[in-house]
Design a protein around this ligand. Structure first.
Ligand code: AMP
Length: 364
């Protein structure tokens, strides 16, 4: 153990300390690379020994995310623990936090794992605008909720939805029964359909001392419900998204990087879609923007270090390499303005994130 100052929740990690990461996907991999640049070690906990983070981490423990005992054993070997995806069961996160500082804390998981809790928290506690929503547990609830919110609307499972999985758009009353059958019996939430002009996000960090630093607004384009491109800095950033993100971070007494996704309306109004208590795909552009990237920023926060600079020197367009897009790697690697990031996944599957590229323009 290498913590330099140990006052419970305020522990600051010295170089040589070990950060535990729950999850070993590409986000864990890029966090591990950033940690190694700062002289910190990483211990990955993943259900698979062949996960993308394994080749770049000092230690890997293989176990299930709901194996609380194994997670406590893992956490005992770490000076602080973080997570790279939001579906770590709350009991496991709490188990880890009973023996080691968990950053961000378990509350951020409780809130972001369940769309109903998340939207209620954002609206009632933080006081930010979200899409109209209703709790739905039966086809009867769904019919009533459709009457309240109007058509079109979006039915989503409360838990475990990502990249458009676990959601159905309802455009007419005739589609209600089929929508329910698609997702039932999972507890659901019905959301009003937001006729947004564009989708934007903010990636922001809060340090152990409460300092907050946000990256500029990023504009996101999705294809087939999966993020396709992120462009930063986005045009027309009046700073309100960063203020909303700061309010959310403070309410959660958060430590680390968070992604906040918004729908922006034609009049500029921002509606929060969801929060991700981790480094975020729409923040990958920061790796080649000439400032502290989001992975290093998260590691700095988790270690209790000062946050780094978030002012980009370049304008960057990030494009995800999804499925067989990655087969163009050799051509992409030839272009001097293109920075190639590959995740080391051996099997190409449709819809699978295999890597991304950052294309830079000379200045912001
Ligand atoms: P989510 O999994 O909630 O982030 O949704 C994935 C994508 O579906 C979003 O990025 C939007 O493009 C679209 N979407 C989700 N919810 C809504 C909504 N209430 N109104 C309009 N589009 C939505």
């Amino acid at each position: 153990m290498n913590a330099v100052s140990s006052r419970g929740a305020q522990t600051i990690l010295a170089p040589g300390s070990t950060i535990g990461i729950l999850g070993g996907g590409q986000l864990g991999r890029m966090l591990a690379v950033a940690a190694s640049r700062l002289g910190l070690n990483v211990h990955i906990y993943s259900p698979s020994a062949e996960c993308p983070a394994a080749p770049v981490a000092q230690t890997v423990s293989v176990g299930a995310f709901d194996d609380v005992e194994a997670i406590i054993k893992f956490a005992k070997t770490c000076d602080a623990v973080t997570y790279e995806f939001e579906n770590v069961p709350a009991v496991s996160a709490k188990g880890a936090s009973s023996v080691t500082p968990l950053r961000p804390g378990a509350r951020a998981l409780d809130v972001s794992q369940d769309r109903l809790i998340e939207k209620s928290f954002l609206r009632a506690q933080v006081g930010v605008e979200v899409a109209g929503f209703e709790d739905v547990n039966s086809v009867y609830d769904l019919k009533r909720a459709v009457k309240r919110l109007g058509l079109p609307c979006v039915l989503k499972t409360r838990r475990l939805g990502y990249d458009g999985k676990g959601q159905v758009i309802i455009r007419s009353e005739a589609e209600i029964d089929a929508a329910w059958t698609t997702l039932a019996p999972a507890p659901c939430i019905l959301e009003a359909f937001i006729p947004f002009e564009r989708e934007v996000s903010i990636v922001a960090a809060r340090g152990l001392d409460g300092q907050i630093k946000a990256y500029p607004l990023t504009e996101n384009v999705h294809r087939n419900h999966i993020l396709h491109t992120s462009t930063a800095p986005a045009t027309q950033d009046n700073g309100s998204a960063a203020k909303i993100a700061a309010k959310i971070l403070d309410h959660l007494d958060y430590v680390g990087v968070m992604g906040v996704e918004f729908f922006q309306m034609t009049d500029g109004r921002l509606i929060v879609n969801e929060i991700a208590p981790r480094v975020h795909n729409s923040g990958h552009w920061t790796q080649d923007a000439g400032c502290t990237d989001q992975f290093e920023q998260h590691i700095r926060a988790v270690a209790g270090w000062p946050l780094g600079d978030t002012t980009p020197r370049h304008r960057v367009v990030m494009t995800n390499l999804i499925g067989d897009d990655v087969e163009a790697w050799a051509t992409l690697a030839k272009d001097p303005a293109t920075h190639l990031h590959l995740y080391g996944k051996s099997e190409i599957r449709e819809g699978r994130k295999m890597g991304h590229i950052n294309r830079i323009s000379p200045s912001t």
